[in-house]
Design a protein around this ligand. Sequence first.
Ligand SMILES: Nc1ncnc2c1ncn2[C@@H]1O[C@H](COP(=O)(O)OP(=O)(O)O)[C@@H](O)[C@H]1O
Ligand SMILES: [Mg+2]
Length: 390
Amino acid sequence: MTMESETRTAAAPPQADAVGGVVLDRVSKRYGGQAAVDDLSLEIRPGEFLSLLGPSGCGKTTTLRMIAGFEHPDAGDIRISGRSVIGQAPYRRDVNTVFQAYALFPHMTVAQNVAYGLHERRVARVELRARVAEALAMVQMRRFADRKPSQLSGGQQQRVALARALVNRPAVLLLDEPLAALDRKLREEMQLELKLIQAKLGLTFVFVTHDQAEALSMSDRIAVMRDGRIEQLDDATTIYRAPVSAYVASFVGQQNFFSGVVSAVGGEVQTSYGPISTVSTGLSVGQRVRAAVRPEFVELATGSPPGDTNRVEGRLIGVSHLGEAQQYLVQLGPELSVIARVATPLAPKLQIGESVWCSWRAESVQLFPDDEPIATGSLSAPTTTAIPAQ
Ligand SMILES: Nc1ncnc2c1ncn2[C@@H]1O[C@H](COP(=O)(O)OP(=O)(O)O)[C@@H](O)[C@H]1O
Ligand SMILES: [Mg+2]
């Protein structure tokens, strides 16, 4: 037994059927003839920050709305804190939802908006005031308590919406792309804040996003969804480093893909650009595969060929400045280019049109069966490159 697995056994995470946990057990939902959610099972642990990640239309919102009680599954069971909520009205469930559209009451002040749910539940005035103040403090909006929503920026309105959900002290907070309408800088600040609030309160967060960077930065675990199902459920590091399919590999982060065939030489894939060495085992000779290499593993050099086993020569056709990194586009052939990304302090100065070598280590290559489509529909993810059809 390794150190790691010993540690894990010692601090076993609380189970999904404990207070604050959510269990989806073989849940399906169809609209017309189409399955929006398809026999989906998922266990969300108490206190966990879990993201549902996937392209538009993969069933994220439908899944969240079924947990909230706004939609009802055609099949399967949903349990919150260990009890089935099938047939239970949304307001009776121990959850609150924050939507992308803030949906604040325009005629009420910030404080009145936040107090609304407590009013409905006839919480006594003194307690109500204290809880509203506390919830507003948590999202740093106390000094805006008397403003109307129209007097607030989008980011401030979203904070109020968050306070309005937190004030009810639900066991589980459901968030459906709550930051999607904010500009990038504000969105990144709010990501940090949300994560801090979640950690401080120890609440379970179920967070829907189509933005892989957002999911990677905030989540304890990420469920990558595809066509109403979960394709992979893992922590961010595992999703990024060990994607189970080309779909996950391309939806989360960027990839360079090379189509080829597993050759008789151990660990090698034959492509139309020559052999690619890998450390993969367990694939059968002759199998069609996609070899994937992330842009940050591709090294660039000019002059004599580099020593790495995997190297191809091409022409530099583009450089983009990403701030912390520089991204290079190197054309290998009429329909294939490779993306390389280098941290800005280490980025080589290269001229457009220059001949450059791209190289990468065998350990950086992942292989996937070549029988599935590549993910599309993500805004922040990936330009994928592919080798021409053979
Ligand atoms: N009320 C509805 N009526 C008909 N089809 C719907 C409805 N809600 C969602 N769908 C369909 O179900 C699928 C999943 O939608 P949704 O859960 O909203 O996806 P996501 O949130 O991942 O973008 C889509 O094909 C969508 O068109
Ligand atoms: Mg949605």
